[in-house]
Design a protein around this ligand. Structure first.
Ligand code: ARG
Length: 463
C-alpha cells in the first residue's frame, strides 16, 4: 500500500519484526467503525458518491461477517489491522475502497481506533469491578457479627467486625472503578481522526461532526498532539495498575487468612488447588496468581511511560508498542477482577467462626487494653496517664502469663488504685468494637449504614 517509492521488498525478517496484525487485529471493530464515520464525511464533502459510500458500507458488512465467522484472512505482509481491512475492502468493492484513505493517515486512524477500544475496555473493567464489589458487600452483610483482629504492623491492633474489614475492600474497588471511568473519559475526550499524518486534513472534513458520530466529546485541538498523544492509554493502564495493587493486597490478606496460622477463612475448591506431592495441601493459587500478576501490570505502566518519554513530535513507529502493553494490562486486570469475585462468592468464601473465636479467647495480643485506656479517660484520667497505667497492666498480665479475661479486682488494684472493679465489665472486645461509633468506625450500626449506602449505590449503578 505504500510500495510506490520502493523498488525492493522488506526482508522477511523485517516483515515479521514490524508487523502488528497478529495483535492489533483486536482493533478491527473500532477500525471499521472509524472508517464508516470517515466515509460518510468523505461523501458529504463530495470525495465519494452516494453509490461509493453504499459500496463501502456493504463491503464492511461482508468484512464484519468474515471476521466474526473466522473466515477473514489476516496477512502479515499487510502489516497491520488497518491495511488488512482496507485491502480486503478494495478487493471486494474496487476503486471506492481505494478512495477511503483520502486525507487520512494510519496515524490519526490508529489513535482513533485505539481510543475507541480503550473506552470500551474501560466499561468492561468498571462492570467487572461492580460485580466484585457486590460479592464483597454480600459477604460483609453476612459477617456483621464476626469480630476479628485488625492489624497494624501485622500485630494485633484493635478488634473490628469482619464486615468492616471486607467493606474496606469494596471501598478500594469503588475508587478503582472511578479510575477506570477516568480512563474512559480520557479516551473519548478528543478525536484524532481528521488530523491526518500530523498536520491536519487537506479536505474539509467536519471534525466536530466526526467527533459526535463516534461518541467523542470534541475534536483534538491540535493535529500534532492528536496523533502523538497516548495519555488516554496511560490513564487506563494506571487505573489497571492501581486496581491490581488493591487486588494484590486483598489477595495477600486472603492468603494469610486461609493459612493454618490465621485460619479465619477456608477458600473453596473452585479457587484453590492441591499439591502434587503433599496430599494434605490446599493452596490459595487464585489469590497468589492475582498477587503475582500485579507486577506484570505495573510493569506495563512503566513500559508505556518509558516508551513515550523520549519520542520527538509527532507519530513515531515506537508507538506501535503501546498496544500489547494496554491489551495485556487490561486483560490481566479484567481476569483478576473476575477471579477475585469468584473468591468472594458464597460458594468459595467460608468464614471459620469457631476458629476465630478460639483465637480471640486465647487473649493473645491484649487487644482488650484499649478498653482500659478509654475507660480511664471517661473517669477523668488524662489519656497519657491512662496509657501508662494500661501499659503497666499489660506488663502485669504478660508477666503472670494470663489473659485480660482472667483479671480480678485484686489484680487491678495491685497495678493502680484508679483501676476500679467496675472496669471488669468493660473489658470485652465487643464493647470496644461498639465504642467506635464515629462515622466510618467499626461499630455495628456504622458498618451497617456504610454497607447499606454501598449496596444502594451498587443497586443503581452498573457503571
Ligand atoms: N501499526 C501502526 C501502529 O500501531 C499503525 C500506524 C502506522 N503508521 C505509520 N506511519 N507507519 O502504530
Amino acid at each position: 500500500m505504500w510500495a510506490g517509492r520502493f523498488s525492493g521488498k522488506p526482508d522477511k525478517l523485517m516483515q515479521e519484526f514490524s508487523q502488528s496484525v497478529s495483535f492489533d487485529q483486536r482493533l478491527w471493530r473500532e477500525d471499521i467503525q472509524g472508517s464508516l464515520a470517515y466515509a460518510s464525511e468523505l461523501q458529504r464533502i463530495g470525495i465519494l458518491s452516494e453509490k461509493e459510500l453504499a459500496a463501502i458500507r456493504g463491503g464492511f458488512e461482508t468484512i464484519t461477517k468474515e471476521i466474526e465467522g473466522g473466515k477473514f484472512e489476516w496477512k502479515v505482509e499487510l502489516e497491520d489491522v488497518h491495511m488488512n481491512i482496507e485491502s480486503r475492502l478494495t478487493e471486494l468493492i474496487g476503486d471506492a475502497g481505494k478512495k477511503l484513505h483520502t486525507g487520512r493517515s494510519r496515524n490519526d486512524q490508529v489513535a482513533t481506533d485505539f481510543r475507541l477500544w480503550c473506552a470500551e475496555r474501560a466499561g468492561d473493567l468498571v462492570r467487572a469491578s461492580r460485580k466484585l464489589q457486590r460479592a464483597i458487600v454480600e459477604r460483609a452483610h453476612e459477617t456483621t457479627d464476626v469480630v476479628i483482629p485488625a492489624y497494624t504492623h501485622l500485630q494485633r491492633a484493635m478488634p473490628v467486625l469482619m464486615a468492616h474489614h471486607l467493606a474496606s475492600y469494596a471501598d478500594a474497588i469503588q475508587s478503582d472503578a472511578g479510575a477506570f471511568l477516568n480512563g474512559r473519559f480520557s479516551s473519548l475526550s478528543e478525536l484524532p481522526l481528521g488530523s491526518g499524518a500530523c498536520s491536519g486534513n487537506s479536505f474539509p472534513v467536519d471534525m466536530q461532526a466526526l467527533a459526535s458520530a463516534l461518541g467523542f466529546e470534541k475534536p483534538s485541538l491540535n493535529s500534532m498532539s492528536a496523533v502523538s498523544s497516548r495519555d488516554f492509554a496511560l490513564y487506563l493502564v494506571f487505573a489497571c495498575a492501581r486496581a491490581m495493587t488493591h487486588l494484590s493486597r486483598i489477595a495477600e490478606d486472603m492468603i494469610l487468612w486461609s493459612s493454618v496460622e490465621f485460619g479465619f477463612v477456608t477458600l473453596g475448591d473452585a479457587v484453590t488447588t492441591g499439591s502434587s506431592i503433599m496430599p494434605q495441601k490446599r493452596n490459595p493459587d487464585a489469590c497468589e496468581l492475582i498477587r503475582g500478576k500485579t507486577g506484570r501490570v505495573v510493569g506495563h505502566l512503566m513500559a508505556l511511560f518509558t516508551l513515550l518519554k523520549g519520542l520527538p513530535m509527532t507519530y513515531n513507529r515506537d508507538l506501535q508498542e503501546d498496544k500489547e502493553a494496554v491489551f495485556d494490562a487490561t486483560d490481566q486486570t479484567l481476569a483478576c477482577l473476575r477471579v477475585m469475585a469468584l473468591v468472594f462468592s458464597k460458594e468459595n468464601f467460608h468464614v471459620n467462626r469457631e476458629r476465630i473465636q478460639q483465637q480471640l479467647d486465647s487473649g493473645a495480643g491484649y487487644m482488650e487494653a484499649m478498653n482500659v485506656a478509654d475507660w480511664l479517660v471517661l473517669q477523668g484520667v488524662p489519656f497519657r496517664d491512662g496509657h501508662d497505667i494500661t501499659g503497666r497492666l499489660v506488663k502485669y498480665v504478660e508477666s503472670k502469663d494470663m489473659r485480660f479475661a482472667d483479671l480480678t479486682a485484686e489484680d487491678l488494684q495491685a497495678v493502680d488504685k484508679r483501676l476500679k472493679p467496675e472496669l471488669l465489665k468493660e473489658l470485652s472486645l465487643e464493647a470496644l468494637v461498639e465504642r467506635k461509633q464515629v462515622y466510618a468506625g467499626t461499630a455495628r450500626k456504622q458498618v451497617e449504614a456504610r454497607l447499606k449506602e454501598l449496596k444502594d449505590w451498587l443497586g443503581n449503578n452498573d457503571e
